[in-house]
Design a protein around this ligand. Structure first.
Ligand code: ZN
Length: 299
């Protein structure tokens, strides 16, 4: 599980190649059913023709059908489902029925600011349809991988990826997902992984989170609530904390500055000066990065 832009799809693909188990993306399977005109696809078509979302029972049937295929016998990664608590409950029931209870639910935790940066940096080339990120994966210039005859990609931003839209999408995601996360946290299945850093670092974290995962059924029941409690905390904390923390920090600083106690202020100032002298390069780079970011935002 993870917000749009958390990179869970990318990581799922890395695990697929490492373990040889399929990634089951409900959105993709649904599209395939509809395209192939299967019975489930027709059922979904009929629902969608009425302008409705495909109901949970149909989605669960689609998952049941998919996990029954031979390539999923050793396990599978479910991506994009469940999104609501009733779906999560339905999934648990289905998995129990099939004798393959869920081993772990991995939450990809990324700060809101970083998510906005990742998504609002996305650009698509209108010629070759390749997706780039102006911050983390900019296209080469001149381009050698665009359509024949074009030496530059023609980048545009999807309306969905504009900053204001992204913020709203993330808010809706949070709101819808929170109950699902508590559901899995209460079940002792939730593993929160910090999803900022290099792809490889994140993969290692995911593997570590999955490793200490004895089959849940073999775990003593009494051990579960304690674990759930330990994992439950980090996720919500991260999302909301920064703004508040900053405000508190600023208040403290202001109060300190107003104090007439010069003795106390002096060593701190000296310390600050020393730090400044010791790390000029780092500060310069930080300033430069900020400038570049501002520039690319304008562009
Ligand atoms: Zn292109």
């Amino acid at each position: 599980m993870g917000a749009p832009g958390s990179g869970k799809g990318t990581q799922a693909q890395r695990l697929v190649s490492q373990f040889g188990i399929p990634q089951i993306s409900t959105g993709d399977i649904l599209r395939k059913h509809r395209k192939d005109g299967t019975e489930l696809g027709k059922r979904a078509d009929a629902i969608m023709a009425k302008g409705l979302l495909v109901d949970d029972a149909t989605m669960l049937d689609i998952i049941r059908d998919r996990v029954a295929q031979p390539d999923a016998r050793q396990g599978f990664i479910l991506d994009g489902f469940p999104r609501t608590q009733p779906q999560a409950e339905g999934l648990s029931t289905l998995m129990r029925e099939l004798g393959t209870p869920i081993d772990s639910v991995v939450l990809f935790d990324v700060g809101v600011e970083e998510l906005v940066r990742r998504i609002s940096g996305r650009r698509t080339c209108s010629l070759c349809n390749k997706v780039f990120n102006i911050y983390s994966a900019p296209p080469a210039s001149p381009a050698t991988d665009c359509v024949a005859g074009s030496s530059e990609h023609q980048l545009f931003q999807r309306k969905d990826d504009e900053e204001a839209t992204v913020t709203e999408r993330l808010r809706v995601y949070e709101q819808n997902t929170r109950p699902v996360l508590s559901y899995y946290s209460d079940a002792g299945l939730l593993r929160t992984v910090s999803a900022e850093g290099s792809l490889e670092q994140i993969t290692q974290r995911v593997l570590a989170a999955l490793k200490d995962e004895a089959p849940v059924s073999a775990k003593p029941a009494a051990a579960r609530p304690a674990r759930a409690k330990a994992v439950r905390k980090p996720a919500p904390k991260r999302r909301k904390a920064p703004a508040k923390k900053k405000a508190v920090a600023r208040k403290v600083v202001r109060r300190k500055a107003a104090k007439p106690a010069r003795k106390a202020a002096r060593p701190a100032a000296a310390k600050r000066r020393a730090t400044r002298k010791a790390r000029p390069a780092v500060r310069k780079v930080a300033r430069k990065t900020r400038r570049v970011r501002r520039k690319s935002k304008r562009g």
